[in-house]
Design a binder for this molecule. Structure first.
Ligand code: PRX
Length: 568
């Protein structure tokens, strides 16, 4: 029996107080995600249950019980407090998927600061703009990534502490750097948890838009209510499940459903801190006896490509439930997964901003492969006319998705960017910026994004950020960046550039520019192709017409470009 039981029944008289009651929370109480995910689970008698099974390169493993994560998050919280860090100050987590990342997240929340997780593959420039916007007080990182912080530290007077969790004493620490070992520090049995309330800020996740710098999405401790219930009803986690969320906590899936969801339910989860390969993933499922697997379409497509023979070489019979998020999950992938694993990946749709699952398939519900299915109970979702923002009542007619912004995990603002935040709401609807249809049965079908943001392998990349970084390369005069179709990643970054006088187009220069972006921004933002142009298509007022280049890449009609002149 699934946790949700009947979708229709759950929808009748739905109220978020269902989750509040289960979590023993009443309006006005203290609510601290760090406490809920560790201390409360111990109080429920699960102190010795495994919380985290971590596997790194070479198969090394570390195991932590709920009591371990309670003690260690206390220890980290106390350490941060002793450094003088105050509640609501931002503490960045900049690490690979090591245990300190997961447990440090709880520690930061326990002492009332705001956790700011950032993807560890970010280069110095990507890191800098995000720390600068958040005016981050401390960064917790590992040896491997310290050099990127050192490169920008002089430009960050607000950054008081650089905490290194695996310092080996070999090279001297520099100013502001401090060593802290979660395991070697004196373990703190009792920590006075900061009395955060429903609206106290908890997490700041950065996401990319078409224009401007990345936006800091502010979440609050009350988000737990949505994250707990969606984990229970969609991911269907049950007491004996062994859960694997493949997302990195540098992104929202890795925190909402890679930390908060499973641990608030007292579920054992496994983490594989190595790169992707079909062989290592199947091996991991077999060895750890994974029962619930939450992943992403790009990974699923890569597994499809690796073929079915390799699946037969592994015992994957532990799997009982699979789900996916981040990009459109194509019908072929759904059908394939049902064939090879005996169960289909269930598509879930949501965003950094929404904090929790919005549209989704549920265990037991009829699957229409390729569809995002239906709103989570309590979520009012519709399709709006892009011009009038009125609801489209006709089935199968595409328009903008709209949500009534009234669920607990909804973002509270964009950090220091209220103006952009306000623009996301029209006529009482939150507009996530995606287009979809609804069929006659009420199922949602993703059509596309409503902006130029590139979704590569489930990660959003801002064309603006890449274009700006390209201009910093000595050879580049002008740049335009668009998505290019890709079989596995759905989209990859493609750049069009014109060169400054004195520079010759060559393959060598292309590689140089690619590398420059990879180091500065990240491997995700690195253009997979650079096309040299004599001139870029522009409006009469001189703005580059990205849409013309986009249409060319996707083999679409360019249409009458004169109409693009004003709004480009
Ligand atoms: O365009 C949608 C796409 O990813 C965007 C959100 O990206 P991000 O904030 O990074 O969060 C990703 C993980 C929650 C959405 O606006 N997206 C997400 N899920 C789906 C999707 N597109 C199609 N189908 C999905 N299931």
């Amino acid at each position: 029996m699934s946790n949700i039981g009947s979708y229709e029944e759950r929808n009748k008289n739905f109220d978020w107080s269902i989750a509040e009651k289960e979590l023993n929370y009443k309006n006005g109480d203290v609510i601290n995600i760090g406490w809920y995910c560790s201390d409360r689970i111990c109080e429920m008698g699960k102190a010795n249950k495994l919380a985290l099974v971590w596997e790194g390169l070479g198969g090394i493993e570390k195991k932590y019980t709920f009591n371990d994560i309670r003690l260690k998050s206390n220890t980290i919280a106390a350490f941060l407090k002793n450094l003088g860090i105050k509640n609501e100050e931002r503490v960045c987590l900049f690490m690979d998927k090591m245990p300190e990342l997961y447990i440090g997240f709880l520690g930061i929340l326990k002492m009332g600061a705001i956790a700011q997780p950032l993807f560890s593959a970010f280069g110095d420039e990507s890191l800098h703009v995000r720390l600068d916007n958040a005016q981050t007080t401390a960064i917790i990182t590992q040896r491997k990534h310290v050099s990127k912080v050192r490169k920008i530290v002089d430009r960050m007077p607000y950054l008081k502490h650089i905490v290194i969790v695996d310092y080996d004493g070999k090279k001297p620490l520099r100013e502001r750097e401090i060593s802290f070992s979660m395991d070697e520090a004196k373990q703190v049995e009792n920590f006075d948890i900061f009395p955060t309330k429903a609206e106290s800020p908890s997490v700041l996740h950065y996401t990319s838009g078409t224009t401007g710098q990345p936006k800091g999405v502010k979440h609050v401790h009350y988000s737990l209510i949505s994250q707990y219930l969606t984990t229970k009803w969609v991911l269907d986690l049950q007491e004996d499940d062994i859960y694997w969320c493949t997302a990195d906590p540098g992104w929202v899936t890795g925190t909402s459903y890679g930390i908060i969801g499973p641990w608030s339910l007292g579920i054992t989860q496994c983490v594989l801190d190595t790169g992707f390969s079909a062989e290592s993933w199947y091996k991991f499922i077999e060895k750890r006896k994974i029962t619930m697997w939450y992943s992403a379409p790009t990974a699923i497509r890569s597994l499809m490509k690796a073929g079915n023979e390799i699946i037969k070489q592994h015992d994957l019979s532990s799997l009982r439930h699979l789900a996916s998020v981040g990009e459109p999950l194509n019908a072929e992938a759904v059908i394939w997964s049902e064939k090879v694993f005996g169960k289909a990946f269930l598509d879930t749709y949501w965003q950094t901003e929404t904090g929790s699952i919005m549209l989704t398939n549920f265990p037991g519900m009829k699957i229409k492969p390729g569809s995002m299915a239906k709103p989570f109970p309590g979520i009012t979702a519709t399709i709006l006319d892009p011009d009038t923002y009125k609801e489209i009542m006709e089935p199968n007619k595409p328009g903008l998705i709209g949500f009534r912004p009234d669920w607990p995990a909804m973002m509270r603002t964009y950090w220091r960017n209220e103006e952009t935040y306000n623009k996301k709401f029209v006529n009482g609807w939150y507009i996530p910026g995606d287009r979809s249809t609804i069929d006659a049965d009420g199922y949602f079908w993703f059509v596309g994004r409503d902006d130029d943001v590139i979704n590569t392998g489930g990660h959003l990349v801002s064309p603006f950020e890449v274009e700006s970084a390209l201009l910093e390369h000595e050879s580049v005069a002008e740049s335009a960046v668009v998505a290019k179709p890709d079989e596995v990643n759905m989209e990859v970054v493609k750049a069009f550039v014109t060169l400054k006088p004195g520079y010759e187009a060559s393959d060598d220069l292309e590689l140089q520019i690619m590398n420059f972006i990879r180091k500065k921004l990240s491997p995700l933002a690195m253009p997979q192709e650079i096309e040299y142009m004599k001139t870029l298509p522009k409006t009469r007022s001189g703005k580059i017409m990205r849409r013309v280049l986009h249409a060319k890449e996707w083999g679409e009609e360019i249409g009458d470009t004169s109409t693009l002149e004003d709004d480009e």
